[in-house]
Design a protein around this ligand. Structure first.
Ligand SMILES: *Cc1c(COP(=O)(O)O)cnc(C)c1O
Length: 460
């Protein structure tokens, strides 16, 4: 084994990025603007003010500043658990017998177990700075809820977390952890909100979805004094915060003169993938590299590969602004797949645009083959991956096997967005062979598409 490149590459604290990288500023074709659902005009900061903190609204609407300085206070927050390691997957490479060089950026070294803390910190910081008392949010798999609970504990804010009911049942210890950090956790749909009651009336046994939980969290935020809503994915300010991942990876690779040929990430709402690829994609748009970028989504929730490109709501109750995205319809309730963090009907608007401009590829992977990859990875690299992240592992292994066939020595970088310690029910079900792939039929998808709003912007 060559020891030229260390197995783990850590930056020093001084080398960590001091600004976020706003990819939209270099895109020639910008993502379509968010629309107000009543007027169908682009949303203004004022429209968003009842729901979101001012600090993040400014970032959400900023398409022109390429580098947005990270406030000193947030840099301090990041230093509590960053930089994250960039790891050369020597042991996986050896097991595969591939000439490819595989690297992964590992975001699971903090207690919440994922990249989500990179946006939870900034969002709690802006809320505190603006004098708010509490925040509401939703969580699917529980990583975002945990990250937000950690960030709110750090900044002294109250937090209500609406957790997708099926996930709260699959992962009781997630609930315990979120509560240990002091947040109030409510399984969704619940009878604490009007939107929750409506969803329950239609389908009392529903396991819920991120779309339902978002509706409940927004409703509560708008009804509560000095309270706002925070979202852990999908929106552009979340992707912006996540660009610390890609920037750190870029600096670390440059130190060793390594240039990736392929960059892979799993995609739920798109934040870890968007954050990982942002600076590399910016360079590609400006002609400085020819990297292939690949998004991997679950076959059970295929918004890129089988979705429609349309203006749609971000939540089931249809209360959010309209976002032009790859979507399965806000009424689409994905099957209870174990990658809870990837069970969202839509996709970030910037990634959607890159996909349509041919700059980003997408593929889907079925649940059992994703777990095959997870097991192969943990047996060689030792790290227990999150089911979400294992989608990226699956594609990285496929690409490395392709290199084995062709003899090409490609450099593959993938995002290992988190760890799977709270997902042992899933690993157990894989082990006992009760796991199924739950791939939706065309009729299932049509039911979701029927909930996409029928507005002039959506008529082709
Ligand atoms: C939430 C989550 C995801 C999916 O969210 P994105 O916004 O698409 O990144 C992926 N991996 C892990 C570990 C997560 O917690």
């Amino acid at each position: 084994m060559s020891n030229k490149i260390p197995t783990r590459i850590y930056l020093t604290e001084d080398e960590m990025p001091k600004s976020w990288y706003n990819l939209r500023a270099v895109m020639k074709n910008k993502p379509d603007p968010m629309l107000h659902p009543g007027t169908l005009q682009p949303v203004t900061a004022e429209d968003l003010a009842p729901v979101f903190c001012k600090g993040v609204i400014e970032q959400e609407l900023n398409e022109t500043s390429l580098h947005i300085p990270i406030p000193e206070d947030i840099q301090d927050f990041y230093r509590a658990y960053r930089p994250s390691p960039l790891i050369r997957a020597y042991y996986l490479e050896r097991a595969l017998g591939t000439p490819a060089h595989i690297y992964y950026k590992f975001e699971g070294t903090n207690t919440s177990g994922s990249h989500k803390l990179n946006s939870a910190g900034p969002q709690a910081y802006y809320a505190k700075k603006e004098g708010l008392k509490s925040l509401t949010t939703e969580t699917g798999a529980g990583q975002w809820g945990t990250a937000m609970a950690m960030a709110c504990a750090f900044y002294g804010l109250e937090l209500i977390v609406y957790m997708v009911k099926i996930s709260s049942q699959q992962k009781p210890y997630r609930k315990a952890l979120i509560e240990a950090y002091g947040a109030n956790l409510i399984p969704s749909p619940s009878d604490t909100t009007e939107s929750g009651k409506k969803i329950l009336a239609k389908d009392p046994k529903t396991g819920g979805s991120l779309g339902c939980a978002i509706s409940e969290a927004i409703e509560t935020a708008v009804k509560t004094d000095k309270c706002r809503y925070v979202l852990g994915s999908v929106l552009n300010h979340v992707l912006l915060h996540q660009t610390v991942i890609g920037q750190e990876a870029q600096i670390a690779l440059e130190k060793f003169g390594v240039t990736p040929d392929i960059i892979i990430g799993c995609a739920g709402g798109g934040s870890n993938l968007g954050g990982l690829i942002a600076p590399f994609m910016g360079d590609k748009i400006e002609g400085r590299n020819e990297i292939r970028f690949i998004a991997v989504e679950p076959a059970s929730c295929p918004s890129f590969t089988r979705g429609r490109y349309a203006y749609d709501f971000g939540d089931t109750a249809q209360t959010t602004p309209l976002i032009r995205m790859q979507t399965l319809g806000s009424g689409y309730i994905p099957s209870p797949n174990h990658a809870g963090g990837l069970r969202y009907h839509g996709m970030n608007s910037t990634l959607t645009k890159l996909f349509h401009d041919g700059l980003l590829e997408a593929r889907s992977a079925a649940q059992t083959e994703v777990f095959d990859a997870a097991i192969q990875f943990m047996k060689t690299e030792g790290i227990l991956p999150a089911p979400e992240s294992s989608h990226a592992i699956k594609a990285a292994i496929d690409e490395a096997n392709e290199c084995k066939k062709t003899g090409q020595k490609k450099v593959i970088l993938f995002g290992l967005s988190g760890t799977g310690f709270f997902d042992m029910t899933a690993f157990q079900s894989y082990h006992e062979k009760t796991m199924t792939d739950q791939i939706p039929t065309d009729a299932d998808l049509e039911r979701g598409f029927a909930t996409i709003p029928n507005i002039p912007q959506n008529v082709q």
